[in-house]
Design a protein around this ligand. Sequence first.
Ligand code: FE2
Ligand code: FE2
Length: 287
Amino acid sequence: MKALFEEDRALKGMYWVQDAGACSGVYALEDGRTLIDAGNMYGLIDELRDLGPLDRIERILLTHSHFDHVGGVQEIYQAASPDIYLHPLAREHLRLHREPFPSFFDALAQDNKIKLLYDGDVVEGAPALRVIHTPGHTAGDLCFYDASSAALFSGDAVLPQKESLSTVLSKPDEVCGGRLEDKIKGLQKLLKIPVRHLLPGHGAPVFHKGGDQIKISLFTLYKSLYGDDAEKAWITMGQDLLASGLLEEARQCVAKAAEAGSQSEEARDLYERIAAAEVERNTRGGG
Ligand SMILES: [Fe+2]
Ligand SMILES: [Fe+2]
């Protein structure tokens, strides 16, 4: 288990239990009172016990319904009876797993242990976590954002691109309502949030420059979508960055688009809109 506050003191009380194979990693917050995801790996309970008595676990926040993130809930529940928080669509998709898993969750619901989360909700605690609904990988994907440390718990919605399985593990799962168009919208939404630390469901956390992973994920999608048309991928990325107020990076995209090919009308239009946004920003800054 890794203490995340060793990287940044703002990540107070946070730990990471490393992912194992295709099983997701697990984050313990508030010295173990709150978990994000439950993984599906052997020995998780023993690692959590290192933080203190297991009955201190009060709640598990689930990023989505895939078994590699929720499989460990049963074992933790037997030890600590935490409340389980998730998006209503993820709740529905839990029914797709093999028995006895769906029946287990039905029993939890009857005991009022299931709490539904929606976009914009805030899970109170230390830190408070903002709920961001980012459908795309599945329809019920949630990210959790801690504004005090600018940390984003991203589940499979954003995975570090250097990990070899990232593209496979974060691709849209149509059975659970995943759609590429939604994934793009979800990443565009995340682009507007200042992210310093990316705490993903697979792969190691990316400290201090975590926000770059959102940009890389989105650009990787555009590259796969537009194939040989590199200029189109750069322009589309530039438009998204402009919409998020990231003017410097938007300008870099225009330069890359120019390197990649012709000076299209779209590229000129983007260039002019960035320039106008810069003037507006400077005027506002001066006034
Ligand atoms: Fe996963
Ligand atoms: Fe997943």
